[in-house]
Design a binder for this molecule. Structure first.
Ligand SMILES: [Zn+2]
Length: 248
């Protein structure tokens, strides 16, 4: 959204004063950290103010590389039966992240994120694997609920999730300088054997997916979005991003 700063006498106004419905969704999604949005600034529990909308128009590449908090909502995350059609060109809902926002909640360094990790049993009735995720925002409890519900699925569905390909990993996204959702211990990759990733597809782009909607919807119910709804698809990837799933 384009905002124009207007200086009147000594008072500066933001023409749009953009504390919109998306700001409200963030406050609702992260109540342990955010208290309000005022005059285009998010107010954190510790009193810090973070600019919400920088007012700059961005193309798809700039959205990924220089996102402000407001840009994280640039592409609405689709839900429901009609949300499984291949995404349109460059439509990546949830792939746009403001690094400072996530670093402030989950930790700004590998050590800081690691200090908040909790080990949970993955599908405890069906396997013996454990995964490590953050306790921040109750992500560990939410993922434990997902795990318990996946455990109740019939074998034909459970096979997609029984093995995982990892959770916490302080790293940049392949081919980029940007931190992945895995760096903040809010993401999990399910079995690569049934997964598709846009970079594996070769030169000619083609959307591919094998993950059934039942799996996706179970994660979404607990606040995790799915990388299969991205143009740059990553169908093994689920990430805790409740702000994109809750309504204002
Ligand atoms: Zn992933």
């Amino acid at each position: 959204m384009k905002a124009v700063a207007i200086v009147l006498l000594t008072v500066t106004f933001n023409a749009h004063a953009v504390c919109n419905a998306d700001a409200a969704r963030l406050i609702k999604a992260y109540p342990d950290y955010l208290v309000a949005c005022e005059n285009n600034y998010l107010i954190w529990q510790d009193g810090e103010k973070q600019l919400f909308d920088d007012g700059k128009e961005k193309n798809a590449e700039q959205l990924l590389n220089a996102a402000d908090v407001e840009d994280m909502f640039a592409y609405p995350y689709p839900v429901g039966a009609s949300s499984y059609t291949p995404p349109a060109l460059n439509v990546n809902p949830g792939r746009v992240r403001n690094d400072a926002f996530f670093k402030k909640m989950y930790g700004a360094t590998q050590q800081a994120v690691e200090s908040q990790l909790v080990t949970i049993q993955w599908l405890p009735q069906s396997g013996h694997k454990t995964v490590r995720v953050t306790r921040v925002n109750g992500v560990d409890k939410k993922l434990a609920q997902v795990s318990a519900e996946l455990d109740q699925l019939p074998a034909a569905l459970k096979k997609y999730v029984l093995n995982t390909a990892g959770t916490f990993n302080w790293r940049t996204i392949s081919g980029t300088e940007r931190l992945s959702g895995h760096s903040f211990a809010i993401a999990i990759d399910i079995d690569t054997k049934f997964s598709n990733y846009w970079r594996w597809a070769g030169k000619k782009y083609q959307y591919k997916n094998q993950i059934p909607p039942q799996i996706v919807e179970l994660f979404e119910k607990h606040g995790f979005i799915w990388g299969g709804k991205w143009y740059h698809y990553d169908t093994m990837h689920f990430e805790y991003r409740p702000e994109l799933l809750i309504q204002p």
